[in-house]
Structures are given as structure tokens and as C-alpha cells.
Design a protein around this ligand. Structure first.
Ligand SMILES: NC(=O)c1ccc[n+]([C@@H]2O[C@H](COP(=O)([O-])OP(=O)(O)OC[C@H]3O[C@@H](n4cnc5c(N)ncnc54)[C@H](O)[C@@H]3O)[C@@H](O)[C@H]2O)c1
Ligand SMILES: *[C@@H]1O[C@H](CO)[C@@H](O)[C@H](O)[C@H]1NC(C)=O
Length: 233
């Protein structure tokens, strides 16, 4: 897996506690189809960071191209797979993936999920700090987009229930919108993939936030609370 490919294979049959999985590495476009064939969950963390002299538009163009290529492979080799799309900007790469799948005739909005779990993990961590709890005991729904002020932590729906005053709400919201570290990022992706695998396995009551196709607002895609199951959302 190390640096060789951004296609991570997940074995949906693996039961918690037993080492029922295999790790295999694939490299380059010529092995893309081998990597994807038969997959139930595909996690896409591929993308480039910004180099000196590059604009955000350059980054967008490169990541859009990478996501397009990978999604063409998915449409061909595992059209029923659930996709966890991590590559930024998530609010643009998810619609791009949707277009690729539409063109291939395989689009299922229930199976395409942009990973916004990082925002939830930040929210849980910072809220837990204020409440003096373990972050694992806290659940903050985070909806909207996946950048700055578009990230909307629903502090009125925090579990366990707590009433934040205006000052606390403003402070926490800004911290959640702007915080984060590398370790938390990787952890968030694993946590979200685990939830998708639990859904695929048929576990009940798996509810998480993700950037998905939506009819709630006039926006075609919005980070929302979703229930995960055998068919995705
Ligand atoms: N959704 C989120 O919450 C979230 C969190 C962190 C990072 N990200 C995004 O994830 C992406 C990766 O970030 P990172 O910090 O892991 O970067 P990184 O440079 O550490 O990893 C990127 C990986 O992509 C691979 N890659 C590059 N070009 C590729 C191609 N054409 N095909 C396949 N793989 C390719 C690289 O080999 C590398 O392994 C960025 O777009 C970043 O903004 C999203
Ligand atoms: C994605 O979010 C950024 C930051 O809020 C915004 O500038 C951009 O227009 C959004 N893109 C789409 C396709 O909505």
C-alpha cells in the first residue's frame, strides 16, 4: 500500500477481531482494473497538495482528473461499489464523480459519499473538551459543505444534549470550521470507512454525516446525516 497506490482494498467479509483480510498493492493505471475488480467499498484519497507556483484552480484540475480516471475504472470494474471520496475539494469532486457515473450509466446517488467525517471528528473533539467528556461519548452532526464557513456543526443537536450560549456557539463553530491535524485526518477516513463496512455487513442503526446527493435545499449535494446500509445511503 505504501505510496504505491491510492486504491485501498477493503474486505467486506472481515469480522471484527479476526484477521480475515489481505493487503495487496497495485501501481499505475495499467493495474487499476485489477485493483478495482470485485470491490464492495472503494476509498479514494488520491490527490496532490499545492506546490509553489500553483493556484487552487491548478489543484482542482489535477484532482478532478485523478478522480475522473478512478471513477471510470469503478464504473467499469465495480459499478455497485460504495465510494468514499476524500480528495478535495470534496464539494467539487463528488459532483464530478457523479457526472462520470452518469455518463457510464452506473450512477447511484446512494453509493457516492464525500467524506466529511473529519469535520465531525473535529466537532466531537472540541465539544468534548468543553463538556469535559471523552470525544467518543460525544456526537455532533455536521452538515453543509466541507470548507470554512460552509461547515455547519449542529450544536443544538449535540449528544449528550447541552445548551451552549451564544459565545460558546460562536467560538466552537469557528474552531470546528478551521481546526485539525494530520493524525485526525487519517483517523476520520478510517472511522468513516468502518461505518460503511458495518452498513454493508448489515448492521442496523449506522448513522453518519457525509457529503451526498440531496433534496433538502436547492443545492444538488449537501453534507447530511445519513443511515448506512447494504446499498449505501
Ligand atoms: N475529505 C477530507 O476530510 C480530507 C482530509 C484530508 C485530506 N483530504 C484530501 O485528500 C487528498 C490527499 O491528501 P493527502 O494529504 O493524503 O496527500 P498525500 O500527498 O499524502 O497523498 C496523496 C496520494 O495520492 C497519490 N496520487 C497522486 N496522484 C495520483 C494519481 N494520478 N492516481 C492515483 N493516486 C495518485 C499519491 O501517490 C499519494 O499517495 C487531497 O486532495 C486532500 O485535500 C481530504
Ligand atoms: C466548493 O466550496 C468552495 C468553498 O466554499 C466554493 O468556493 C466553491 O464554489 C464550491 N464548489 C462547488 C462546486 O459548489
Amino acid at each position: 500500500m505504501e505510496g504505491s497506490s491510492s486504491l485501498r482494498r477493503a474486505n467486506c467479509g472481515a469480522k471484527g477481531g479476526s484477521p480475515g483480510f489481505k493487503v495487496r498493492g497495485f501501481m499505475g493505471q495499467q493495474q487499476l482494473e485489477d485493483a478495482l475488480t470485485g470491490m464492495g467499498l472503494v476509498i479514494i484519497p488520491a490527490g496532490v497538495p499545492r506546490f509553489p507556483g500553483m493556484t487552487r484552480d491548478d489543484l482542482f484540475n489535477i484532482n478532478a482528473g485523478i478522480v475522473k480516471t478512478l471513477c471510470e475504472g469503478i464504473a467499469k470494474c465495480c459499478p455497485k461499489a460504495i465510494i468514499n471520496l476524500i480528495s478535495n475539494p470534496v464539494n467539487s469532486t463528488v459532483p464530478i464523480a457523479a457526472e462520470v457515473f452518469k455518463k457510464a450509466g452506473t450512477y447511484d446517488p446512494k453509493r457516492l459519499l464525500g467524506v466529511t467525517m473529519l469535520d465531525v471528528v473535529r466537532a466531537n473533539t472540541f465539544v468534548a473538551e468543553v463538556l469535559g467528556l471523552d470525544p467518543r461519548e460525544v456526537d455532533v452532526p455536521v452538515v453543509g459543505g466541507h470548507a470554512g464557513v460552509t461547515i455547519l456543526p449542529l450544536l443544538s443537536q449535540v449528544k449528550p444534549l447541552f445548551s451552549f450560549n451564544k459565545e460558546e456557539t460562536e467560538h466552537l463553530t469557528s474552531r470546528i470550521q478551521n481546526g485539525g491535524t494530520e493524525v485526525v485526518e487519517a483517523y476520520a477516513a478510517v472511522k468513516f470507512a468502518d461505518a460503511c463496512l458495518q452498513g454493508l455487513r448489515g448492521d442496523a442503526g449506522i448513522i453518519q454525516c457525509a457529503f451526498v446527493s440531496s433534496q433538502v435545499t436547492e443545492l444538488p449535494f449537501v453534507a447530511s446525516r445519513v443511515r448506512l446500509g447494504r446499498n449505501g445511503v
